[in-house]
Every structure is written in structure tokens, then in C-alpha cells.
Ligand binder design. Structure first.
Ligand SMILES: [Zn+2]
Length: 251
């Protein structure tokens, strides 16, 4: 009986883990080949963001289902056999809630950062933002063929954008603290999918009023690196901070 009580308390305090596949900096250098299957990825989370083999669109994982916001403007539910070169997932705990209004990405960024700074600015945080968005500017990118170009070059010619208005949906977002700036993006990275699963993408700008934000704070990191020549040959000593900000759309 005593043991049961201990187990119960321990499970109440269970921590959350960010499971990250590869580095955003490897993706930025054009390492676009998928390294793990979506079926495997689902063992480590039920919400998340990322992309697919060949940089084929924007990934949104929501409630354990993996969606692709494709450059053709449609959203597809992806099969477990498909693969990803870069993804970030966790199991949503939704351990706190806030209602947020914002007129711009910068505004949302600052508001969300203000909220997570009260929970621990040096931890990783996920957010699920669900409701009606007045306006949301989204982008995606079509599947690339080899030889792959870097991400800044690829986006400069191939990025496609949409700005749906008054649309119901969910943003899944990830906050990484500053010390993760060499393996991911310092700050927020947000992907959207509509409730009708007709439109989605990487969020470039957003306007919303009183929309519910549910947070999951993460205190463990698990990083899976692709063991292959294309990854081993990358020069990851270069500071790509400027390129990463361009890629994220914040510059
Ligand atoms: Zn993105």
C-alpha cells in the first residue's frame, strides 16, 4: 500500500522529454534525407513539428496524428512508413493554460516568451494554441531533389505562402532556450493545421483574439543524430544564427 502511494506520487511528477531528430543546423545545410520513420517518431510524442524526407512540406503532429502541410496547398495525413530528417516531439501534458490576443508574430513571440519565463526560461516548452485565428500567414516548401541546396537558398526560390482569414485550427509550437541555438532555433517555432485539415504550414505571422494556449514544459532532452556520411561531412562549427532566423521568418 505504501509502495502504491509512492508510485502514484512519482507518476504525478513525471517529467516531459523533448525528442529531437537531427539538428535544425543540419537541415539548414541541406541534409534533407529522412532518418527515422514516423511510426518510430510517434513512440516519443503526440504533438510536434518538423519536416519530411526531401524537405517535403511542413510537419504538424497533433493528438498523435502526423499531418503534412504540402506545398500544393493541401494537408495530408502521413503514413507510419514515411520518414523525417528533422522533427521535435513530446507528449502533451497541457500543464497550464492562458488566453492570448496578438496582432503580429513579434507580439505573439513576446507574449509566449513572457508566459514561459515564469515557468523557466531555460527549459524547453511546447504550446498548443487552439481556436479561431483572424489571420494567419503560412508557408510550405515542395519536396527537393538532389543535389540538395541549403535551406535559405531553397526557401528563397521555392517557398509558397497562404494567408487564410477567420480560420479555426491549432498551432503547435516549440520554444528553445538560448543555449540550444547551435542545435535548434532559439525562441519559438510554430506550425499550424486547420480544424477541417484543409490548410496548414509554418507560421510566419498571426493575428488572434482570446485564443487558448496550453503549455507543456519539458525538462529532459533526447537527441537522435543521423549516422550517415551526409551528416558526418557537415561543418557544424559555423555559426548559422542569421540563416536560422531567416529560415524561421523572423528576419
Ligand atoms: Zn517550420
Amino acid at each position: 500500500m505504501g509502495i502504491n502511494a509512492v508510485v502514484h506520487m512519482a507518476s504525478n511528477k513525471a517529467s516531459s522529454t523533448l525528442f529531437q531528430v537531427s539538428l535544425l543546423q543540419a537541415l539548414a545545410l541541406g541534409d534533407y534525407d529522412g532518418s527515422i520513420s514516423l511510426g518510430e517518431l510517434k513512440k516519443y510524442g503526440d504533438i510536434g513539428i518538423g519536416t519530411f524526407d526531401g524537405l517535403d512540406g511542413e510537419m504538424i503532429m497533433l493528438d498523435g496524428i502526423v499531418y503534412k502541410a504540402s506545398a500544393d496547398g493541401k494537408v495530408y495525413q502521413m503514413k507510419d512508413e514515411e520518414t523525417t530528417p528533422f522533427a521535435n516531439v513530446t507528449f502533451a501534458k497541457d500543464d497550464s493554460f492562458e488566453f492570448v490576443s496578438t496582432d503580429s508574430m513579434k507580439d505573439l513571440d513576446e507574449t509566449l516568451t513572457g508566459i514561459v519565463s515564469k515557468k523557466g526560461i531555460n527549459c524547453v516548452h511546447f504550446v498548443k494554441i487552439g481556436g479561431t485565428f483572424r489571420s494567419i500567414r503560412l508557408r510550405s516548401v515542395p519536396k527537393q531533389s538532389k543535389p540538395y541546396r541549403g535551406l535559405v537558398d531553397t526557401l528563397s526560390t521555392d517557398q509558397v505562402e497562404w494567408t487564410p482569414k477567420d480560420i479555426k485550427g491549432t498551432i503547435v509550437g516549440l520554444y528553445c532556450p538560448s543555449y540550444m541555438g547551435m542545435i535548434n532555433n532559439h525562441g519559438w517555432h510554430l506550425h499550424f493545421v486547420s480544424d477541417d485539415r484543409n490548410i496548414g504550414g509554418h507560421v510566419l505571422d498571426v493575428s488572434m483574439k482570446n485564443v487558448l494556449c496550453k503549455f507543456t514544459s519539458v525538462d529532459k532532452l533526447e537527441l537522435i543524430l543521423p549516422d550517415r556520411p551526409s551528416f558526418h561531412s557537415l561543418d557544424l562549427s559555423v555559426d548559422q544564427n542569421k540563416d536560422i532566423k531567416k529560415i524561421e521568418g523572423s528576419e
